[in-house]
Design a protein around this ligand. Sequence first.
Ligand SMILES: CC[C@H]1O[C@@H](n2cnc3c(N)ncnc32)[C@H](O)[C@@H]1O
Length: 481
Amino acid sequence: NDLSDTKLDYSVYVRERDTVLVTWHTGRDVDFARGVARHRDMPDSKKFSVALAKAEHDQRTLLQPRAGVALLREHTKLLNDLSPYCDVLPTTVDAYTRHNRYEEAQQGIDRSRAAGKSLLNGFPPVNHGVSGCEQLVDSVSKPIQVRHGTPDARLMAEITLASGFSSFEGGGISYNIPYSKNVPLSRSIRHWQYCDRLVGLYEAEGVSINREPFGPLTGTLVPPFISHTVALLEGLLALRQGVRCITLGYGQAGNLAQDVAAMRSLRRLAHHYFALFGYGDYALSTVFHQWMGGFPENEAKAYSVIALGAAAAKFGGATKIIVKTPHEASGVPTMEANRAGLQATEQMINMVSDQGYLATNEIDQEVALIEREVHSVMARVIQLGQGNLARGVVLAFEAGVVDIPFAPATVNAGLMTPVRDNNGAIRIFDQGNIPLPDDVIALHRDKVAERATAEGRSASFSMVVDDVRAISASRLVGRPN
Ligand SMILES: CC[C@H]1O[C@@H](n2cnc3c(N)ncnc32)[C@H](O)[C@@H]1O
């Protein structure tokens, strides 16, 4: 693959933009200079970069729901109904748009209008175009972010950023591996270099747009060191294109010590690797996603999962938390369910924020372990790249050096198998081709063996299956019945 990881040449970007903007008729309304002016004229209260910087300074944790419905008026109303209960706003994008299927998104809009309710599982920003997105941005009072799952988000980025969205989620790895089946990694990484280069152009005009790689990945038993490695790689690729405001993320796994350690190590590792690659002038923040796996149907039990995540995020020092709802097991939440998830989260975060810094040996050991694991994998990715990190990423996935559990993408080796240990922390059951020091592998093996002894069964894939279902079945560890 001819992937380079140097800053995309402006003339290359401009030529490519002409091909991008014609892929749907709304692309012709994209006007970069108008977008820059809109961002400049925007009050600080509506800028994601300002909200994140303030939260970092004040050591607050920003609350953000996910939310997206088909039609502009209803989506605007939904966000304004949720706005009093959160700090920053989402716009969760529908599944058709995520795969550039704008024709079907349009049909979804038309059918939703006819039906008088949303028949899409999110908001379709490309179809609503610059004018619709501008109206949305002008109708809300808080910073607003595009949240999606799009391997090729180039047109969506042009339209939403020009309209005044000041944050954009995703990345060439994190929106490929969990979200697509046959998209070559070199293609999605290249498309996201375009998106990051566009953010770099806004930065060059003094407009800081926040970029947030998608931390949780498949959200199913992902060991912290694996999702951290992807987050760090996407952060570095973004910095290379001129991005300066970066939020790195992590999805709740369930064991409190491990989740707190994951958030603390993520921040430390970001500073380490950004400095290692020569960057100093960036604004870093972290985001914690409440449990992304299967939820209990029972709403009272769902609140426990939400609350445990809120506690982990706050003890972990997260700058932002993505909030789940008691409707998680059933589908797109109502406004009321979303509000309830936000209020349960706020209560827990407030109760934890009055407490001191949680320091335990277990957390410290998990931080040290995660950092050693990340260094081991990152060293191999960098070595494979031989000075070209983007190329290193592609080769690392081909070799199974980076390997994400339960991923649909064929570019993912799928040789590594995770499993919970006796305390519910995510460990390695089969390391596949992931390079880790022998003593680290031995530690994982011992932890899994501990559980096998406690459960009176040998460690096997049935433990993994039990773990995938555990939280929906009101447990953390999938115990034999
Ligand atoms: C990343 C996957 C998660 O995003 C959430 N989600 C997806 N679409 C919507 C939506 N339209 N409104 C609210 N939440 C949503 C839901 O919690 C899902 O598990």
